[in-house]
Design a protein around this ligand. Structure first.
Ligand code: AR6
Length: 169
């Protein structure tokens, strides 16, 4: 059984086996939660991301996939980088967003992570409406088979927290 918990706050202050990063396919950092993770986690994360670019992901990490690195100075063993889809009205990309959660948990299982903290992937710079992002996140995690014991959604502000709480009610 996987327990879903909600926390309002900064994901870089969390203690968990794995912290999920809402990255971009370059894996070389950016703004939002990605910038915060690299800032607080320090250069070891970027170093490993660069190595992944050089070895497995020369064309970048595809949208909907996930890959793990060290967590550097964060209070975690791993950072799992996943690339959410940008929101668009032209095309339904929900399946790619669901894939981020499934793939991140698959990677977490491979690592043996028991506690995994997720931000609201795609719901910031990538423009996904928060209510819909929360629905996809919660529905997907509920449906997935995983050995992860706790999935913790770490929501930056009250609006995001409320959107996730509504899905859990
Ligand atoms: N802790 C928890 N949540 C956070 C934090 C934090 N420290 N900082 C922001 N959020 P975003 P995306 C929330 O933009 O939409 C980057 O440049 C934020 O309020 O971080 O997937 C990447 O490199 C929002 O609710 O990720 C990509 O280019 C949620 O995290 C692009 O942004 C996700 O917002 C990815 O965009």
């Amino acid at each position: 059984m996987t327990t879903i918990t909600l926390v309002q706050g900064d994901i870089t202050r969390q203690s968990a086996d794995a912290i999920v990063n809402a990255a971009n396919s370059s894996l070389l950092g950016g703004g939002g939660v990605d910038g915060a993770i690299h800032r607080r986690g320090g250069p070891a994360i970027l170093e490993e991301c660069r190595a992944l670019r050089a070895s497995r992901y020369g064309k970048g990490l595809p949208t909907g996939q996930a890959v793990a690195t060290t967590a550097g100075a964060l209070d975690a063993r791993w950072v799992i980088h996943t690339v959410g889809p940008r929101f668009t009205h032209d095309e339904d990309r929900s399946e790619l967003l669901a894939s981020c959660y499934r793939e991140s948990l698959r990677v977490a299982d491979e690592l043996g992570a028991r506690t995994v903290a997720f931000p609201a992937v795609s719901a910031g710079i990538y423009g996904w409406p928060m209510e819909d992002a929360a629905r996809i996140a919660v529905e997907t995690v509920r449906a997935v088979e995983t050995s992860v014991e706790e999935v913790r959604f770490v929501l930056f502000d009250e609006r995001a927290y409320e959107a996730f709480a509504a899905q859990l009610r």
